[in-house]
Design a protein around this ligand. Sequence first.
Ligand code: KIV
Ligand code: NA
Length: 270
Amino acid sequence: TVRRLAAPDIAVRKGGVPIVCLTAYTAPMAELLDDHCDLLLVGDSLGMVVHGLPNTVGVTLEMMILHGQAVMRTSRKAMVVVDMPFGSYEGAPEVAYANAARLMKETGAQAVKVESGETVVETVEYLVKRGIPVMGHVGLRPQAVLVDGGFKAKGREVEERARILSEAKATAAAGAFALVVEGVAEGLAREITQAVDVPTIGIGASAGCDGQILVTDDMLGLFDWTPKFVRRYGDLRGEISKAVAAYAADVRDRKFPGPAEIYFAKAANT
Ligand code: KIV
Ligand code: NA
């Protein structure tokens, strides 16, 4: 049997071969991605990508648990990290702990991720000290979309840049085993990567990070939303559209099902 990667295996890869990460939400996709990835993130982006929500604010702990379970069932070697959803960790550390422990126990995942602004740093330390590996997430924080007024690149002004750098350092110092760095200019991404002793995983944050992550549905061309930082490695929308159009035409022309796709009655017993 293969041993599944865990937080310490990822943490030691600082500065080495870049860490390959993608999001995963379902069992069949997780099985495919597991062959190629070091880490699978059950991201709360699933609210938008799978459930059609306008942002990630409406995602619940129950949704994260169901998708986390699906991903754990079919992946074998990649580390699986589950996002803590909006409202499940920003208040008292004790509440965050209860929710994180539930995510870990009910999914079997190896860690949780939190969007780690300065108010969350204390909670990161609280969780790690009690045995829950935590991945941080700085820069563009999608759960803050309602105060930020949109998904925008971060750290372009000097003040904000300093704040993001200090949040990154504080999250690492609090014990996070890795940091997602999202939507920041290359200079800041490199500065953060140099300043912390845990791996940085970039998304829209240049090749200067210790690893990369993308939303799988974005890079496969399955979710129709392409920010500047997404590279399209596939066109699954086009593929699906073609396949469904062909099926619809065959059904209307009575070309499907054909002789090879139907059952025949057995000859009557004589
Ligand atoms: O929810 C998500 O998919 C994420 C990644 C993009 C880092 O947080
Ligand atoms: Na997320």
